[in-house]
Design a protein around this ligand. Structure first.
Ligand code: HXC
Length: 518
């Protein structure tokens, strides 16, 4: 090739233009807000030199724009392509806020759609780095149609390739629904926010003053709305968190998660486990201590930590293999199941089931939360989601009952007849229709009203109930659990049980889809 010839020169000039087109002022503004540019983010996320850009030179469609203007530029405000994270292929789109506020025009949308289609075809995860003012106002309906195509593709790919959204600035208007449809959402405190309508509209319509942070900042979405699953203090840590997340998941629904051998093997027997759960059923403890004493060292990675903390959802490893953990947390609201914890657990279970991640449940739950607020807000409908998700999941499913396991909550938390593969109980387990106090009050109301010393009679009956009913041995003898195990040996038991389940195969009835209560 003649490298001094016209075409090669034009090729080189275009590359130079692409490099030089970013406005220095806009990059300065981006940095001043504590944000990185789209390319800087890709540099942190991807293995060095692995990024292959696609469609870098497409230009926006400026025809027929009659209101405002669309800046001529290469790329139309989104960088798309593929690269590697720890040597595994991922597809990416990263919105560039320095170009028309990362707003989504039709060409910008087509680039994303092309990336989505490639990711699905190659069976590789897709990551959206979102920094966008939403639908590009100047392009009107064309930009809305672009969003519709993107959403349609996310839904088509759901359950086939992992789809992860990282919010790195505004996600306004249409920009919020891509993350909402994806599997997990990462956010950065103070520099990212998500809302369908912003503070100005809130002021106009409702005459209420609210800041960006209060309306849709990372903390709000992590604690209150549950939209954000992982939040970090700055962008770099957010991206590093995403890389860590990737170490637990496979690239698609027909692969198994990667195996990461523990450097120093955790011992199979651990006497510390005998000391964590208090004998007194009314005493709280931190179930994380139980989990950390069982799983591989440094492998615990919690999802949605701040939302509904009465249930824990976390990834971890057992003997190097990824598992998804669902655990009632007695430290918060006694570990009760309410609307938010049911929905949180259900969604996590469905992700694990999609991506061949075995489920491990630690159970200590007094039941569903009673009350007018919960009933009227639909605990029936939402609690059913958890029930449905557990029962529907065909990955290996093991439950360890640590202490309380009463009533509907016993059934829901992966009980044997709901499809639990191995159901173990510690000797501290209390399995029954309800707790001893409630049972005695109902069955012996008359006797308690008539006796001279109701306190004494009640204590006697509670003890009898514990001895005869609310213990693990009755369930063990009747076969409702598989074994009462020594807490110290839980890790070994679980590793062996998951090994036995490695080739579990469940025939799923053919149907269009089930109808999970939404
Ligand atoms: C076109 C946009 C834009 C948009 C921002 N810009 N949003 N251009 N369409 N939606 C441009 C700005 O004009 C500006 O251009 C540049 O991006 C940077 O924006 P600033 O406002 O200067 O930045 P900042 O102060 O940081 O505020 C960011 C922001 C604000 C909060 C996102 O821009 C904003 O409120 N934008 C509109 C958000 C919104 O209401 N979106 C909903 C669209 S409707 P210059 O030339 O000055 O640099 C929608 C419906 C779809 O999405 C529904 C589907 C379900």
């Amino acid at each position: 090739m003649d490298i001094d010839g016209k075409y090669y020169r034009a090729f080189k000039e275009r590359l130079e233009k692409l490099d030089a087109q970013s406005s220095k002022e806009k990059i300065r503004k981006q940095h001043a807000k504590g944000k990185l540019t789209a390319r800087e983010r890709l540099d942190i996320l991807l293995d060095e030199g692995s990024f292959e850009e696609i469609d870098a030179f497409v230009v926006p469609d400026t025809e027929g724009i009659e209101f405002g203007k669309v800046e001529k530029n290469y790329g139309d405000g989104v960088i798309t392509g593929h690269g590697k994270i720890n040597n595994r292929l991922v597809f990416i789109y990263a919105q560039d806020f320095t170009v028309m506020g990362g707003s989504l025009g039709i060409v910008h949308a087509r680039k994303i759609v092309k990336t989505q289609e490639m990711a699905l075809k190659m069976g590789a995860p897709i990551i959206a780095l979102i920094d966008s003012g939403g639908a590009r106002i100047q392009e009107g309906i064309a930009s809305l149609s672009g969003y519709a195509s993107i959403f349609h593709n996310i839904i088509r790919s759901s359950g086939i390739i992992p789809q992860i959204a990282v919010i790195m600035g505004p996600a306004a208007g249409g920009a919020v629904y891509s993350p909402a449809l994806m599997d997990f959402v990462f956010m950065t405190s103070y520099t990212s926010y998500m809302f369908v309508t912003g503070p100005n509209v809130v002021k106009e319509v409702l005459n209420e003053d609210v800041s960006f942070e209060e309306l849709g900042g990372a903390e709000i979405h992590a604690k209150k709305s549950g939209v954000a699953n992982f939040i970090y203090d700055d962008e770099e840590n957010t991206i590093l968190g995403l890389k860590k997340f990737f170490s637990y998941i496979p690239s698609n629904n027909v692969e198994n998660p990667p195996r990461i051998e523990e450097e120093n093997k955790t011992p199979g027997e651990n006497k510390k486990l005998l000391e964590i759960v208090p004998d007194d059923p009314n005493k709280a403890y931190d179930v994380k201590e139980v989990i950390l004493n069982i799983v591989d060292k440094n492998s615990f990675y919690e999802a949605s930590e701040l939302f509904a903390p009465n249930i824990i959802t976390a990834f971890a490893r057992l003997d190097g293999k990824t598992i998804g953990i669902i655990a009632n947390q007695p430290k918060v609201l006694a570990g009760v199941l309410d609307i938010n914890s049911s929905v949180k657990g259900a969604r996590f279970i469905r992700f694990c089931d999609n991506y061949n991640i075995p489920l491990l449940t630690f159970e200590d739950v007094p039941g569903f939360l009673p009350g007018i607020d919960q009933e009227h807000s639909g605990i029936i409908r939402h609690g059913a989601k958890l029930l449905y998700a557990y029962s529907e999941a065909s990955v290996p499913k093991i439950t360890v009952i640590l202490r309380k396991s009463y009533g509907g909550a016993y059934i829901v938390m992966n009980s044997k007849n709901l499809g639990g593969d191995f159901n173990y109980a510690w000797p501290t387990a209390e399995i029954a229709v309800m707790g001893p106090e409630g049972a005695v009050a109902i069955l012996y109301r008359k006797e308690l009203a008539e006796t001279e010393d109701p306190k004494k009679l009640k204590a006697k009956l509670v003890k009898k109930y514990r001895d005869r009913i609310a213990n693990p041995f009755v369930a063990d003898e009747k076969g409702f659990i598989d074994e009462v195990i020594d807490p110290a040996t839980t890790r070994t038991k679980l590793i062996t049980a998951f090994e036995a389940l490695a080739n579990k195969w469940v025939e799923v009835p053919s149907r269009k889809h089930g109808n999970i209560p939404l």
